[in-house]
Design a protein around this ligand. Structure first.
Ligand code: GLC
Length: 745
């Protein structure tokens, strides 16, 4: 349909029909029967039968046949025959579940991320999905917040790269039939909810917002995301759903002209926030802020006509929203083919096809992070193993927000061991809940540990405790699992701990094990991936996308912090410096950290000017050698530090990363181009530029030991001094922190 035809259609619509297009309801509100899932509290309003015929979109439906049935019914009833938009939370896969986004972030592999999103888009498209409410681009620094599992961690650059990769995966396919629209969420700064309490208020300076929280959303918008979802929280005093940032930042500054949709019921919840005295005012504020679609609450339909009648809202404001919505439907080809790619046969062919399952298996191995290994891994023998713990045979490893996937399809560790003909004994040991107190399984587990040479202990936090509305004040393992660990370790110290978690947990007690790695929530192929890693068929290559804290008291915790005027001095613990007296400042394991079976050595870091005048580019290169007998992948990370600027700057900021594969005993030179845009920041007047002065460029694969190059940036060109100074080699952060803690205490 041409643009003018869209306007002609709008001109034919009544105000009621226009407001209908601006309304999104649950599938279950329109189609009786069927076990529809609801993803939030239902608003107090219900749609009238007439209103149901004119809504613009639905969310939460089961499959292609459900979509086809409703679209057919709707087209018979809608006076303008405008197709419904079918939307769903495809967060980490549709029927084939990939690792949770936090895990994918730990892969540091944007190509892998894009491929996973593209596979999810294919499965979704043939199942009738046109829009996914993904990726979540919220920066995550506080592990008390249950939704950190949906984000890409604490670094703005990684978050931006991953958000863009997901948008590209959803929206770009050689066969357009298999593209779905991406909805970036939650705009904005939802991850900074105070105290990690979900839906809580957010208050921050524009400096922090621009430096840390905005890059993820902006990258998604720049990648062409078709939709943006508002966040539940208030931001600097105004709830996001009615915040002028939607217009000033998103639309005017960034040039986003797509559809903005509220989050679930969040228009009506403006009344709860206390910034709208009633639902009529809530509708007025949200429409005025250019929130085009209202999800689930029905204030637009109930109050919109009166607002236009009274002149509080103009018809132009309504028409502009409807134009964006119809343009999205037009872009998706719905006017020509309202059923898009929905196809019951294709659904059977594509969903959980071998190719997608094998991709899920790779994504899972590549997003696991090896935290400790004294050499016990990879396991040399495929017998004499005690497989113990509540996650050893749990389908729950599929992860939270697993959409329409069937957890029964998840391959557990135990099932994978059976398939691989591993000789093992299995004992669950205990349940997985936080309140678990039933120790009856301990004896069987201890007996198995006694009989076997090696223990693989699968413990962690159930997916029931992460995701939306799952904030915790503690981030400990369930106490009974810690008790089980101690008993098993006492019986047999040859323990490999496999962690399952949707958020960073404090795991100090586990570090006496011989090896520890996290699989996060690994998705449908977690069992196969675990076996691949344990027995060396695959090698670890993941790096932490979120710092692992010593304790919940350190939160919010992030590596790219400011130095303060009294930086902690590990050699002078008693000094008047910024520290805790009962815990270290450092994380237990830092952002960017992760071990491998290979041994990568970095050397020969250097900077060469490239004289590319207009961007003042410079080439930073470093030699990487795999000194081991095992092929592996390494994430080469490049950070910068602005040593002195007119604003305080982070102690280091990730600006580039590249995942490389290196065969045993081979080496390569990795190069990055950097320029002023990698050295600059947003100034108080909103302008972005690099200030002349001294910078450090830090490069390596392990944040505990980076190579440092010093650089002097002059206004019009970059000169540089090169001094290779190995950063203070930090001992095992855990051991050092423990020693320091003893010193302090
Ligand atoms: C939920 C979530 C949002 C999701 C939406 C639809 O409340 O906040 O991320 O996309 O509702 O399920």
């Amino acid at each position: 349909m041409k643009e003018k035809q869209i306007w002609q259609l709008i001109d034919r619509m009544t105000i009621e029909q226009k407001l209908g297009q601006m309304s999104v309801c649950e599938y279950g509100d329109l189609m009786k029967g069927g076990d529809n899932v609801y993803t939030g509290p239902k608003g107090e309003f219900a749609l009238t039968e007439e209103q149901k015929k004119i809504v613009g979109g639905v969310l939460n439906f089961k499959d292609a046949s459900a979509m086809i049935a409703l679209q057919k019914k709707h087209l018979e009833e809608d006076p303008n025959k405008i197709p419904l938009l079918f939307m769903l939370d495809v967060i980490h896969g549709y029927k084939t579940t990939f690792p949770i986004p936090l895990a994918i972030g730990c892969s540091f592999d944007t190509d892998l991320a894009e491929r996973c999103a593209r596979a999810a888009a294919v499965e979704s498209a043939v199942s009738g999905v046109q829009v996914t409410y993904s990726p979540m681009a919220d920066l995550c620094r506080d592990a008390r917040w249950g939704r950190v599992m949906e984000g890409f961690g604490e670094d703005p650059h990684l978050c931006a790269e991953m958000s863009a990769a997901f948008v590209n995966g959803y929206q770009r396919n050689a066969d357009k039939n298999y593209e779905i629209a991406s909805c970036i969420k939650h705009f904005a700064c939802y991850g900074a909810a105070e105290a990690g309490r979900d839906y809580n208020c957010v208050d921050m300076s524009s400096y922090t917002m621009d430096e840390y929280y905005m890059p993820g959303y902006k990258a998604g918008v720049n990648a062409g995301a078709a939709m943006v979802m508002t966040a539940f929280n208030s931001l600097n005093g105004t709830p996001c759903t009615a915040n002028t940032m939607l217009r000033d930042k998103l639309r005017t500054e960034w040039g986003f002209n797509g559809v903005v949709i509220s989050d679930y019921n969040s228009v009506a919840e403006l009344v709860n926030h206390g910034c709208a005295r009633d639902l009529r005012e809530a509708a007025k504020l949200a429409i005025a802020a250019e929130c085009d679609m209202e999800m689930v609450s029905t204030t637009y339909l109930q109050e919109g006509a009166a607002l236009v009648e009274s002149g509080e809202i103009s018809m132009e404001q309504i028409d502009r929203a409807v134009f964006r919505i119809l343009s999205l439907k037009n872009r998706l080809g719905l006017f020509e083919n309202p059923y898009a790619a929905a196809d019951v046969q294709a659904e059977k062919r594509f969903c959980r096809c071998a190719g997608f399952l094998s991709l899920a298996r790779k994504a899972s191995t590549d997003s696991c992070v090896l935290l400790k290994n004294d050499g016990i891994l990879p396991l040399k023998k495929r017998n004499g193993i005690a497989l113990i713990g509540p996650f050893a045979d749990s389908k729950e490893i599929i992860g939270a927000w697993s959409c329409n996937a069937d957890p029964a399809h998840a391959v557990t560790i135990r099932e994978a061991f059976c398939e691989e003909n591993i000789e093992f004994e299995y004992a669950r040991g205990c349940g997985d809940s936080l309140e678990e107190s039933d120790r009856r399984g301990f004896s069987e587990a201890i007996a198995a540990a006694k009989r076997c040479e090696t223990v693989v202990l699968c413990i962690g936090e159930s997916m029931r405790y992460s995701g939306e509305c799952r904030s915790r004040t503690e981030i400990c393992l369930p106490p009974l699992q810690t008790e089980l660990f101690e008993k098993i370790y006492e019986t047999n110290p040859n323990v490999v701990v496999v962690l399952f978690q949707g958020r960073p947990l404090h795991i100090r007690a586990l570090l006496k094990s011989r090896a520890v790695f996290t699989m996060w929530q690994p998705g449908a192929e977690g069992g196969h991936a675990c076996a691949d890693l344990l027995f060396g068929k695959s090698n670890f290559s993941g790096k932490l996308a979120m710092s692992l804290p010593h304790s919940v008291g350190q939160l919010p915790l992030y590596y790219n912090h400011y130095e303060t005027g009294r930086p902690f001095d590990p050699n002078n613990a008693g000094a008047w410096t910024s520290k805790y007296i009962d815990a270290p400042n450092e994380p237990l394991f830092p952002f960017g950290y992760g071990l491998s079976y290979s041994k990568f050595v970095f050397s020969d870091a250097k900077i060469t000017a490239c004289g590319v005048k207009k961007e003042n580019k410079m080439r930073v290169s470093v030699r990487v050698r795999n000194e081991s007998d095992i092929d592996g992948s390494e994430v080469v990370q490049l950070y910068v530090r602005d040593v002195a600027a007119t604003m305080v700057r982070p102690v280091r900021e990730l600006k580039k990363f590249k995942k490389i594969c290196l065969s045993a005993h081979t080496e390569t030179v990795v190069e990055f181009m950097i320029g002023p845009k990698d050295l600059g920041f947003v100034h108080s007047d909103g302008s972005f530029y690099a200030e002349p002065g001294e910078f450090q460029v830090l490069i390596g694969g392990d944040p505990r030991g980076l190579l440092r190059l010093d650089l002097i940036y002059k206004e019009d060109k970059m000169r540089y001094n090169i001094s290779r100074i190995a950063m203070r080699e930090m001992a095992e952060p855990y051991v050092e922190a423990q020693n320091e803690q003893q010193r302090i205490l």
